[in-house]
Design a protein around this ligand. Structure first.
Ligand code: UDP
Ligand code: MG
Length: 346
C-alpha cells in the first residue's frame, strides 16, 4: 500500500496531557509505580491527569489507587464492575480522558514514563500518533520473544500491512485521532490495529523495554493466543478465504481420487476401494468442519456485536465524573412508553 503523504503542522505542547493506565491485579507494582510516576510528572512541561482503570482486580490494587487519588487530585480512578480485559480497560480510559493528547501505558513500568517526553516532542512536530517501538526486550523468555516476533511479522504480512512492528499499546494519540478512534465501537478490539487503521501522521520512538517492575504477567499464553486470534479475525476475512482455499484443495484431491477410482473400475481393479473411500470421507468431512468452524467464529462475532452491549461498565470513580452508560445503537432500541420504563413491581 503506498504511503499517504501527510503535511506536518507544528503545534504547542498539550495544555492537558492524559495518561491512561489499565491495572489488573497490580498490588505489587503500585508501590514501585507511585514514586517513579510522581517524579516523572514533575518533569512534564504541561498539566496532567493520570487515569487509572482498575480492570476488576481481585487484590488490593483498587484500594492502593484510591489511596493515591485521595492524596493527589491529578490521579483519577475508574473501577470497572469486573475484569473486562486489557483492551476494554484501555478503551474506558480513552473514553474518559479529557486531555489534548492521551498516552496509554502499562502499570508495570515496562513502558518507561520518561519516553513520554520524547513522544510529546514528536506530537509538537505535528504527529498525531507516536508509538513506542521496542528496540530490545529485557528478561523476557525466548518463547515470548519468538512468539511476539512471529506475531508482528505475520500480522504485517497478511492482516495489517500498516501495523508497526514490535509495538504494544504504549503510545501517544492526539485529540483529533482519539475522537476518530472513539467512533469505532467494535466489541472485539485490537486497539493498535485500530490506531493504524484511522491513519493520521504516525511515527515511532524507540526504547528498551525493561522487565516487569514486580508481579507476574497478566497475559498468559491462553490470553495471548486469544488476542492474536481477535487481531486476525476482527480485521480481516483472511481466515474465511483460507477455509475456502482448503475447501478447493480438498475438492481437487477428491477429483483426482475419483479419476483414479473410475480408471480402476474400467481396468477391473475395483477391490481396493475401501481405503480411498475412507480417505475421501475423512478429508471432505474435515475440510467442511474446519470451514464451518471458521464461519462460526465470524457469526459468533456478528452475534456479539449485534447485541450492542457496552464495552465495559464503570462501577466507581474517584476524582472523575461517572460516565453514563452508553445506549445501544438506535436500530436495536425499542420505543417504550414512559410508564413502562420504571421498575416492574411484579
Ligand atoms: N491488564 C488489564 N486487564 C487484563 C490484563 C492486563 O488491565 O485483563 C493490564 C495490566 O495490569 C498491565 C497491562 O494491562 O498494566 C499489560 O499487562 P501485562 O504487563 O501483564 O502484559 P505483558 O506486558 O506481560 O504482555
Ligand atoms: Mg507488562
Amino acid at each position: 500500500m503506498p504511503q499517504t503523504y501527510h503535511h506536518l503542522t507544528p503545534r504547542p505542547t498539550p495544555s492537558l496531557l492524559s495518561i491512561v493506565i489499565p491495572a489488573y491485579n497490580e498490588q505489587e507494582v503500585i508501590p514501585h509505580l507511585r514514586p517513579r510516576l510522581e517524579a516523572f510528572l514533575q518533569t512534564l512541561p504541561c498539566s496532567v491527569e493520570v487515569l487509572f482503570v482498575n480492570d476488576g482486580s481481585a487484590d488490593r490494587t483498587l484500594e492502593l489507587l484510591m489511596d493515591w487519588a485521595g492524596a493527589d487530585p491529578r490521579i483519577k480512578v475508574a473501577a470497572l464492575a469486573r475484569n473486562f480485559g486489557h483492551q476494554a480497560a484501555v478503551t474506558a480510559g480513552l473514553d474518559m480522558a479529557i486531555g489534548d493528547a492521551v498516552v496509554v501505558m502499562d502499570a508495570d513500568l515496562q513502558d518507561p514514563p520518561e519516553v513520554v517526553l520524547e513522544m510529546i516532542r514528536e506530537y509538537c512536530r505535528g504527529f498525531d500518533v507516536v508509538y513506542g517501538q521496542r528496540a530490545s526486550r529485557q528478561n523476557e523468555s525466548a518463547f515470548k520473544r519468538l512468539t511476539a516476533w512471529g506475531f508482528y511479522r505475520f500480522m504485517r504480512r497478511f492482516i495489517h500491512p500498516d501495523l508497526p512492528a514490535d509495538t504494544g499499546d504504549f503510545r501517544l494519540v492526539s485529540r483529533e485521532c482519539l475522537d476518530a478512534l472513539k467512533a469505532m465501537r467494535e466489541t472485539h478490539r485490537f486497539l493498535r490495529g485500530m490506531v493504524a487503521w484511522v491513519g493520521f501522521p504516525q511515527t515511532a520512538v524507540r526504547f528498551d523495554r525493561p522487565a516487569r517492575a514486580a508481579g507476574s504477567t497478566k497475559y498468559p499464553l491462553r490470553k495471548m493466543i486469544h488476542f492474536a486470534w481477535t487481531a486476525a479475525v476482527s480485521f480481516s476475512p483472511l481466515p474465511l478465504r483460507l477455509s475456502l482455499g482448503l475447501g478447493i484443495i480438498t475438492a481437487m484431491l477428491g477429483i483426482i481420487v475419483s479419476i483414479i477410482a473410475v480408471v480402476s473400475k474400467l481396468t477391473g481393479h475395483t477391490t481396493a476401494g475401501w481405503t480411498s473411500q475412507v480417505i475421501l470421507v475423512c478429508m471432505v468431512g474435515g475440510a467442511i468442519l474446519v470451514s464451518n468452524g471458521i464461519l462460526g467464529e465470524y457469526i459468533g462475532r456478528i452475534f456479539e456485536q449485534s447485541k450492542g452491549r457496552p464495552l465495559y461498565i464503570v462501577s466507581r470513580t474517584m476524582n472523575l465524573p461517572k460516565p453514563p452508560l452508553p445506549h445501544p445503537p438506535s436500530t436495536t432500541q425499542t420505543t417504550s412508553c414512559p410508564q413502562e420504563s420504571g421498575i416492574s413491581t411484579r
